[in-house]
Design a protein around this ligand. Structure first.
Ligand code: PLP
Length: 397
């Protein structure tokens, strides 16, 4: 008998992938420019020129340096460069030993969860949340507990959160800027989170770890600051990825920060290395580790996302849609025009608008619109959004 759990995960794709595949089929039928696909969070801007330059320079190095295994946690020089950058930007005191190179945020999160959790443990996250958390948590034998969304500001309902913590709570996952809401948790929210976790860890007699998932850290608008969570709670592990800031999602490169000051560091750090081993995520791609060494603080031209946000949100609000104003990432969370977001997305398909229903994000009644698309797609999609609104206004649905 094979693993039923894996069979089920593999035999049905995620709703996002399903809509994306539908979009590909539909584009083949009616033409690329007639389908407004807002399903996937694939960066629409190119990697910065410094990435190409770094690759070209690296290709001149002897092949044995370029394509070999790195040490399991990554190249010490690359890790030192990342630690220095974090120290400069966030007033930290990390060294190479605090950085573990991984294959993107997905690997970073699965490693942290595998390292920390035993069957029967609980992991808490906040709705709306990135759908893959559920399978990464459940793969460890732990269960995912979801704090309901705080509508309309989509910050964290800290009182409800506090009430959900039990002696089984091993970790809490927080994602800011958030996919799918685009909200950045405020300093006030983050401070309160730290206070609760500190108090509850003491009450329960064992540390509750905070895992921060922050692939969108650099994609923020209106001079918003994203608090660096290690500064607010000592037992924080940071999961970072270059998929979005450098537009390198296909290269699978990121890291985990394991600060010296986390509780039981002597066991947690080796457990991270052990989890990476069990999951097969050791020796992250070395060519891209070396690219990161050269481009550690670079980003693509992220201003395109701000223009898209303004264009899309401005256009939709003018038509009467209710939007959650995104402070970061490249997603707009919009109230569906009927309670059933699935039915609303099905209806939107009539106009070749491909939107993602919010149920799997733990927050029914909304849709996610990924605006990492060309400006032209947004402009051309507006008449379709208008017709969709018109259908609901005139009860033609
Ligand atoms: N976490 C969030 C919130 C994401 O949106 C994504 C990807 O879209 C990931 C994790 C996975 O990122 P990566 O491609 O770096 O594995």
């Amino acid at each position: 008998m094979i693993s039923q759990e894996c069979y089920e995960l593999g035999s049905k794709s995620s709703i996002i992938r399903e809509i994306f595949s539908f979009g590909l089929k539909r584009k083949a039928e009616v033409g690329e420019d007639k389908v407004y696909d807002f399903s996937l969070g694939n960066p629409s801007i190119p990697a910065p020129p410094s990435v190409k330059q770094a690759i070209l320079e690296l290709l001149e190095e002897p092949a044995e340096n370029l394509h070999a295994y790195s040490p399991a946690p990554g190249d010490p020089k690359v890790r030192a460069v990342i630690a220095e950058s974090l120290n400069r930007r966030f007033g930290e005191t990390f060294t190479a030993d605090n950085i573990f190179m991984t294959c993107g945020a997905a690997a970073s999160l699965s490693i942290c969860l595998k390292a920390l959790c035993n069957p029967g443990d609980e992991v808490i996250t906040f709705a709306p949340f990135f759908t893959e958390y559920r399978c990464w948590v459940e793969a460890t034998g732990a269960t995912l507990q979801v704090v309901p969304p705080r509508i309309p500001d989509f910050q964290i309902d800290t009182d409800v959160f506090e009430g959900m913590i039990t002696s089984k709570t091993k970790a809490v996952i927080v994602n800011t800027p958030n996919n799918p809401s685009g909200v950045v948790y405020s300093e006030e929210t983050v401070k309160r989170l730290g206070e609760i976790l500190r108090r509850k860890s003491e009450e329960c007699g064992s540390p509750i770890y905070l895992i921060t998932d922050e692939p969108y850290r650099e994609i923020v608008y209106d001079d918003i600051q994203v608090p660096y969570l290690t500064k607010y709670y000592e037992n924080t592990l940071v999961c970072y990825s270059y998929s979005k800031s450098l537009s390198l999602p296909g290269e699978r490169i990121g890291y985990i920060v394991i600060p010296d000051r986390i509780a039981d560091h002597a066991h947690v750090a080796p457990a991270i290395a052990g989890a990476a081993r069990v999951l097969g995520y050791v020796c992250a791609p070395i060519l891209f580790q070396k690219v990161i060494e050269k481009c550690v603080e670079d980003t693509g031209d992220l201003s395109a996302y701000r223009r898209n946000r303004d264009l899309l949100m401005g256009g939709l609000e003018k038509l009467g849609y209710t939007c959650v104003p995104p402070q970061g990432a490249f997603y707009l969370f919009v109230k569906a025009l009927e309670p059933d977001a699935y039915a609303f997305c099905e209806h939107a398909k009539k106009y070749d608008l491909l939107l993602v229903p919010s149920d799997d994000f733990g927050c029914p009644g909304y849709v996610r619109i990924a605006y990492c698309v060309s400006e032209k797609t947004i402009v051309n999609a507006m008449p379709a959004f208008e017709k969709l609104m018109e259908d609901y206004r005139t009860n033609a649905v």
